[in-house]
Design a protein around this ligand. Structure first.
Ligand code: ADP
Ligand code: MG
Length: 326
């Protein structure tokens, strides 16, 4: 199968009728029209076999993860997804792999209401790149740089599940984790749930926002350095799923909630003044939001555990930075 037959067979069918798309796949460029008055929001993510996923990972799940991770970046800015371009580097044109990948991608495109408009297909070691573009009302984007002293720090959903799912992949025979917990945690690893609706709601309330791809500790640090502030968070308040609370090693569970990575939840700050209005909106919102701490003018990230405050990088906590966190 040549490159063009491959594109026609597996990717052309994924194009959807969309009034914003003047020219989709098949020309040198895609041609799209954003809604009037909106700013374009653009993000790219790459998954490399052996670096971001284990060789032999199910192609369908890779499609969900690839798109989920990219869409999560749009969610963090408060954007609405519009268009996707897809760059695939494949070792060979394996029809089974391609059919599975296209099936997963098709479902994910429908789920996030985003349209495939083009891409590139090359031969080489397996690598998948998604570029997503979306939009939001001009000037309304949520940035990392606007957190202010005394703001509350909040996160969506639960933390650490995805990292526990990854641990299960390398210990498939671990009898200590029940079948339902195993299914839940693996699903959290394979199928990020980008918090699009939450991000769009937060545009009117949050001072700063980031999506959690590298883990709370590292990603919150990006908000802190971009905003020139520090933070205090309480380890007891970190939201952990029932499955993670049942995880056999609770030290691991806490470390993963702090620094496991690939949660694809949102971490945001909001001023105490705006919090009551946001909390009222969140009461009717399907995604749980948890207050875990607050912004201070003392630099660095401080963690409260068992009644004691510790700087995250120092002393007993440098094990959070160990290589095997990921
Ligand atoms: P060019 O050589 O002009 O860059 P290509 O031959 O690479 O164009 O691709 C032909 C068309 O197919 C283009 O419109 C491109 O966007 C689309 N395309 C190529 N690969 C993919 C893919 N993996 N997914 C979606 N569209 C693709
Ligand atoms: Mg090309």
């Amino acid at each position: 199968m040549d490159e063009f037959a491959l594109i026609r067979r597996y990717f052309q069918p994924l194009q959807r009728d969309d009034s914003s798309v003047c020219v989709g796949m098949g020309d040198d460029c895609a041609l799209v029209t954003p809604p009037p008055g909106q700013q374009l929001v653009i993000s790219t993510d790459t998954l490399v076999e052996g670096t971001h996923f284990l060789p032999g990972s199910p192609a369908q799940e890779l499609a969900w993860r690839l798109l989920g991770a990219s869409i999560s970046d749009l969610a963090a800015m408060g954007a609405q997804p519009g268009w996707l371009t897809l760059s695939l580097t494949l070792p060979q044109a394996d029809p089974h792999w391609l059919a599975q990948f296209a099936q997963g991608l098709s479902a994910a495109l429908d789920c996030y209401n985003i349209t495939l408009v083009g891409g590139d297909t090359t031969r080489g070691p397996l690598s998948l790149t998604a570029q997503v573009q979306g939009w939001l009302p001009a000037g309304s984007a949520l940035l990392r740089s606007k957190a202010a002293v005394d703001d509350y720090i909040c996160v969506t959903g639960t933390l650490g599940d995805s990292r526990a799912g990854l641990a299960l992949l390398s210990a498939p025979d671990d009898q200590r984790v029940s079948e339902p917990d195993r299914t839940y945690l693996l699903n959290r690893f394979y199928r990020p749930q980008p918090r699009l609706a939450t991000g769009q709601l937060l545009r009117a309330f949050a001072s700063a926002c980031i999506d959690l791809s590298d883990g709370l500790q590292g990603d919150l640090a990006h908000i802190l350095s971009a905003s020139g502030v520090g933070a205090r968070i309480d380890s007891a308040l970190l939201p952990r799923s029932a499955a993670l609370q049942r995880w056999p090693d609770q030290q691991h569970a806490l470390r993963w909630a702090l620094a496991g990575g690939e949660d694809f939840e949102l971490c945001f700050t909001v001023s105490p003044k705006r919090w009551p209005a946001l909390a009222a909106q969140l009461a009717e919102h399907p995604v749980a939001v948890t207050r875990i701490g607050y912004i201070t003018d003392v630099p660095g990230l401080w963690l409260q555990q068992h009644g004691q405050w510790q700087p995250m990088e120092a002393g007993g906590y440098n094990h959070f930075n160990r290589q095997d966190n990921r």
